[in-house]
Write a protein of this length. Structure first.
Length: 224
């Protein structure tokens, strides 16, 4: 993953074009092929490509030029390095898990109070609703009147969580309530789980944080 500082870039798509002024930028190319160009301040990239079909770097007139292109939609990002400050390649193979602070109960309480964090217009009807296949974390209704089963996970969601959500949705559908949606809400999800989720017609919501989450209790010291 090269992470050099660049001095200017140009983006061209089938519908628009843009050019950044000469300056200092941080260019990140991740393992999945996504390209991110950051300014010296701010948390969001100035420009990015969520996926690239071709990445090339070559010397043009004595300067290194990066080309990042994708076919659908047709886009090309061209980065010219006038004075690179740093070029670094790292092999990051291990995908570390991310777990939200607080308990799953606290997560449930917060999202029951603020269901719009899951989806705008969502109304929670019940919590820990017991059905034949288990307990539904949040039982809700969306803006179109469809029932929604929400399964919550504090850590990275796996295929077990997808199977669990699928069972809950199938059980509620047997009650004859009409169309039932299933949403898995977690900080992240594994690639196999996401593939299975989509195959089942279920949905994923990334939950990075929730409001009103109390700070974790401090561990006692040796002298308490």
């Amino acid at each position: 993953m090269p992470s050099p500082f660049a001095t200017g870039f140009r983006c061209r798509s089938s519908s628009a074009a843009s050019t950044a002024e000469v300056g200092a930028y941080l260019v990140l190319i991740k393992r999945d092929g996504s390209l991110h160009i950051h300014a010296p301040t701010g948390i969001k990239p100035m420009n990015w490509q969520p996926r690239t079909d071709e990445l090339t770097a070559r010397v043009e007139h004595g300067r290194c030029v990066l080309h990042a292109s994708r076919r659908s939609p047709e886009e090309l990002v061209r980065v010219t390095f006038l004075l690179p400050h740093l070029a670094l390649a790292l092999d990051l193979y291990e995908e570390a898990s991310f777990t939200l602070s607080g308990s799953e109960k606290q997560m449930q309480d917060a999202l029951a109070r603020h269901p719009d964090l899951i989806e705008p217009g969502l109304t929670v009807l019940d919590r820990e609703l017991l059905i034949d296949s288990g307990g539904i974390d949040l039982y809700a209704r969306d803006v179109d009147g469809r029932y929604v089963v929400v399964e919550l996970k504090r850590g990275r969601a796996t295929q077990d969580a997808v199977s669990q959500l699928g069972r809950y949705v199938a059980t509620v559908q047997k009650l004859g309530v009409g169309a039932v949606r299933g949403i898995l809400a977690a900080p992240s999800i594994t690639a196999p789980a996401l593939k299975e989720l989509r195959a089942r017609g279920l949905e994923f919501r990334e939950m990075g944080a929730w409001p009103d989450a109390p700070a974790p209790a401090a561990l006692p010291s040796l002298f308490d």
